[in-house]
Design a protein around this ligand. Sequence first.
Ligand SMILES: NC(=O)c1ccc[n+]([C@@H]2O[C@H](COP(=O)([O-])OP(=O)(O)OC[C@H]3O[C@@H](n4cnc5c(N)ncnc54)[C@H](O)[C@@H]3O)[C@@H](O)[C@H]2O)c1
Length: 375
Amino acid sequence: MSRLTIALLPGDGIGPEVVAEGARVLRAVAERWKHEIELREGLIGGCALDARDTPLPPETIELCRSADAVLLGAVGGPRWDNPAARQRPEQGLLGLRRELQVYANLRPVKVHPSLAVASPLRAERLEGVDFVVVRELTGGIYFGDKRREQLPHGGERAIDECVYTTSEIERVTRVAAQLARTRRRKLTSVDKANVLETSRLWRSTVTRVLRDEFPDVALDHLLVDACAMQLLRDPRGFDVIVTENMFGDILTDEASMLAGSLGVLPSASLGDDVEGQRARRGLYEPIHGSAPDIAGRGIANPVGTILSVALMLRHSFGLEQEARAVEQAVAATIDRGCVTADIAPCGARSYSTADVGGAIAEALTSISRQVHSRA
Ligand SMILES: NC(=O)c1ccc[n+]([C@@H]2O[C@H](COP(=O)([O-])OP(=O)(O)OC[C@H]3O[C@@H](n4cnc5c(N)ncnc54)[C@H](O)[C@@H]3O)[C@@H](O)[C@H]2O)c1
């Protein structure tokens, strides 16, 4: 039995709807496997701006630092979209990633066979697709200096700096190469080395780390534009992709279409092992945003959040059996057609966010019985 404290940050838009289902599955895991799990809620993003006049209140940082792991929904929405605003919801999320030093964002992309029809790609291209994008999460253009300047003869100039250091590239490369070692031992590094200086440093650093520390992992390099094309042409060819912050953000939204919907992809953001702690600190969240177009209607897909819970059980707590059981429960629920509208086949019945979350928690009960009876 484990005693675990998990911070829940529902955030904005559909965030609270999907995090409620993630929490339901966490409670189900705790009950079936006899773990003690304490869930503590905090504010982040637009709702924190409204309540506390900051997108990342100090008590949220403290809550996340003292927790064993964090489950987050999404932040942002049109209500807080004023471009002239001093503070924006997204600053809460970027600030939290930096505070927790979770620099490696793992985004697994797997196509569930019964969801191939939900993808705009032909089903035969999707069979067996199974890769992980490791996105660098605390550097690059999202974290560089930003400014605007008035030009003397009218108009403005906007500047976003993109900065990477050798050590930032080395540490995320090691996470990706270690992961490749547990899979098909193939790493694709994605950059724009024909144009960007940060990408040239990226390429030479990744090459050196692989040569010196992971000679058993095959490495290739792709320019980001070619990678965007290859993801559609031959997605089966990828095993682990490592790339910088913005490229990873964009490529994984594209990759979500292989899996059928943005709503089904999970993510795990990991830092280094925390000295003296049993759990590896991690921030877990679906890759989608706050989806204001469907917020409050009870139709958001909770699968990305629930699969993020499985990643949390695996990466932060080492609970592999429980993680697999959650993944099996998701697969079984999809197989029996209990899915939200974004992935329901044309003309088929779709279910609410809570229906799907409830069905997954129920499926978990029968899977846990089988597991326990085998033990
Ligand atoms: N990590 C985050 O918190 C995060 C990430 C991306 C965008 N955002 C913010 O979210 C807001 C909306 O951004 P956007 O519309 O570009 O991206 P989005 O991911 O919120 O939505 C894109 C499309 O996908 C659909 N979608 C997303 N998640 C879904 C789910 N779980 N189930 C069913 N359909 C789903 C939406 O309905 C929408 O049509 C913006 O304020 C943006 O800044 C936040």
